[in-house]
Ligand binder design. Structure first.
Ligand SMILES: [Zn+2]
Length: 308
């Protein structure tokens, strides 16, 4: 079933890729032990199991303003080499069929917007055709925030990762070599778009098209951006990994172990949640499982995510 929401004149549709295996990302937010998860009752059943295991999803959002179609984040992709998270690599998912079912052919995508250049956000930038990686969306401008692009390009060239706390995270059976993984991401999902002349490197807080703009939310990566959608006085906000799991709405200071800087991430998240609490702003969670869209409502000293 296609899930769709409206912000003024803008139509937003969720395109699912994979449901993360139950328990696979437990521990990614260190404080989110099963008991701590169970203590936030509204997380069940969409965002956690009854046993307190966290649930996650990998998906994209299509933002259709009526004059432009923007695809926000492109998930893991098919047939990719993902040694950092092997279970997300080598996929053969019907993502493009789901995009078609939602009414969009690859040729109709005008812009690809990427919150950050991690492997689970850039995969469908390209598809494998005759042994070559080619851009999936031939008519799109792939808009990458220049600072984010250059930081990750630096990692392909052996750039220093010592200030990057996120790289301390390793998964079972994974190859923790971040340089190697970033080189693979660039070779398979980024460089083919550059070579095809489809990439625009854009400044911080760039406006992609009328009503859709990047919004700086650093912490998960150094130059992470969320997306703000505005139409007819209504506002939507696509989180990216700035809010990694809904438990961070109940506990804004709990950062993800895969964050570049957990203190920066925590501070920006607290500021954001305070600014939208009890407003009509619709929040679209990039890794939220089940119903991923809702409002932020005050709840004692913190907040609750109330789905719509
Ligand atoms: Zn992610």
């Amino acid at each position: 079933m296609t899930q769709r929401w409206q912000i003024g004149d803008v139509k937003i549709t969720q395109i699912n890729e994979i449901a993360v295996e139950v328990g696979e990302l437990d521990g990614l937010i260190a404080e989110a032990t099963p008991d701590a998860v169970k203590a936030v009752p509204w997380l069940y059943p969409d965002y956690a199991t009854e046993q307190g295991q966290t649930l996650w999803s990998v998906h994209s959002f299509v933002v259709d303003t009526g004059s432009s179609v923007v695809l926000v984040d492109t998930a893991c992709g098919n047939h990719k080499d993902l040694p950092l998270i092997p279970s997300w690599g080598g996929l053969d998912s019907p993502y493009l069929d789901r995009l078609a079912d939602a009414g969009y052919k690859p040729e109709q995508i005008d812009y690809v917007a990427i919150t950050h250049l991690h492997l689970d956000h850039v995969g469908w930038n390209t598809v494998l055709e005759g042994g070559r990686w080619v851009p999936t969306f031939p008519n799109a401008r792939y808009t990458f925030v220049q600072d984010e692009f250059e930081y990750h390009k630096g990692l392909t060239e052996g750039g220093d990762v010592s200030d990057d706390l996120g790289h301390a995270v390793t998964y079972n059976g994974a190859d923790p070599d971040i340089h190697r993984q970033t080189r693979l991401v660039f070779a398979q999902s980024i460089q083919p778009c550059v070579d095809a002349g489809l990439v625009d490197l854009v400044p911080v807080n760039h406006t992609i098209c009328e009503g859709v703009r990047y919004t700086s939310t650093p912490g998960h990566t150094k130059y992470h951006h969320s997306l703000t959608i505005e139409s007819k006085g209504e506002i939507g906000f696509i989180t990216g990994d700035f809010v990694h799991h809904p438990i961070q709405v109940a506990h804004p200071t709990w950062s993800s172990r895969s964050d570049w800087d957990r203190e920066v991430s925590s501070a920006r998240r607290q500021e954001f949640l305070a600014s939208v609490a009890d407003s009509d702003v619709l929040v679209f969670g990039t890794h939220f499982a089940g119903n991923s869209v809702g409002r932020i409502v005050s709840d004692g000293n913190a907040y609750q995510f109330v789905t719509v």
